[in-house]
Design a protein around this ligand. Structure first.
Ligand SMILES: Nc1ncnc2c1ncn2[C@@H]1O[C@H](COP(=O)(O)OP(=O)(O)OP(=O)(O)O)[C@@H](O)[C@H]1O
Length: 264
């Protein structure tokens, strides 16, 4: 069953076609990757799915309901969450506060309720803190919960961003280059975290990533974009051996050295 169905999605900026007629599905519970050279249209594709950009034409359905024409915050409430290429944390806030902010959209009681000490507010706050702690544990950040986000290592900040995106309890999470800037040890740890994430948090994953080792290791399905068009899709083995992909993106050496950790 598909959680996300994208049909004939096109986005133009003036005369520039950033995405052309892209169709793809994300199966519920799966990890799907979008790959392609720089400027292929990957981030534009994510921006349309999350309501940041409206498509020029085409449709995007989450669990069968179109999200086209809906603003980003509403798309997030419907269950699509994301991280960005550039880390966007509240640097002066603590690690746990960053996660709690992510949860805020899901809490039933609002700030007025907390101020007036309405019944149920305290209980909900405690539950939120427990859930935030569970998330931080999953990302091996629980021992840093009171640390300022700015003081974390780069790899830890990236993990915290994902934890915060998960705090909204999304049905689908979009990760835009989660391993960018990470060292090999951090990338390996992240790979394991993403693999376990689906099951532990009941979330489907769609990710953009240049690190081919990570992509090939965790993705069940891969979509390849080039010049805004989908040129291939399939499982890692099919993508690795697809001549169009090799020509457009991977380079012939990648076929013989599929475990490269270098971005291509
Ligand atoms: N807001 C915008 N206005 C005009 N052109 C844009 C805009 N956003 C993206 N583009 C153009 O659309 C094309 C696709 O860009 P996009 O950022 O989606 O590619 P990408 O595959 O994510 O690249 P990278 O891997 O470098 O992040 C590029 O030519 C880019 O310059």
């Amino acid at each position: 069953m598909s959680i996300l169905e994208v049909t004939n999605l096109t986005k133009t900026f003036g005369g520039l076609i950033a995405n052309q007629d892209v169709s793809m599905n994300v199966e519920k519970g799966s990890i799907t990757a979008v790959i392609g050279p720089n400027g292929a249209g990957k981030t534009t594709f994510f921006n349309m799915i999350t309501g940041v950009y409206q498509p020029t034409s085409g449709d995007i359905k989450l669990e069968g309901k179109s999200v086209v024409g809906i603003k980003a915050d509403e798309v997030s409430k419907r269950g699509i969450s994301r991280t960005f290429q550039n880390i966007r944390l509240f640097g002066e806030m603590s690690v746990i506060e960053n996660v709690l902010v992510g949860m805020h959209t899901q809490l039933k009681t609002n700030l007025l309720g907390i101020f007036l000490n309405f019944p149920g507010t305290k209980k909900e706050e405690l539950e939120a803190e427990e859930e935030a702690y569970r998330l931080l544990k999953h990302f091996d950040l629980a021992h840093l919960l009171n640390e300022k986000a700015n003081n974390l290592s780069y790899g830890a900040q990236r993990k915290l961003e994902i934890a915060r995106a998960l705090a909204t309890k999304p049905k689908l999470i979009l990760l835009d280059e989660p391993a960018a800037g990470m060292n090999p040890k951090e990338t390996k740890e992240l790979t394991e975290i993403i693999k376990r994430m689906g099951e532990e948090f009941d979330v489907s994953v769609l990710l953009i990533e240049h690190d081919m080792k990570l992509v090939m290791e965790i993705s069940e399905h891969i979509i390849v974009l080039d010049h805004g068009e989908k040129i291939a899709e399939g499982n890692p083995e099919e993508i690795r051996t697809n001549p169009k992909v090799i020509e457009a993106y991977l380079g012939s050496s990648a076929v013989h050295a599929p475990t490269t950790t270098q971005p291509v």
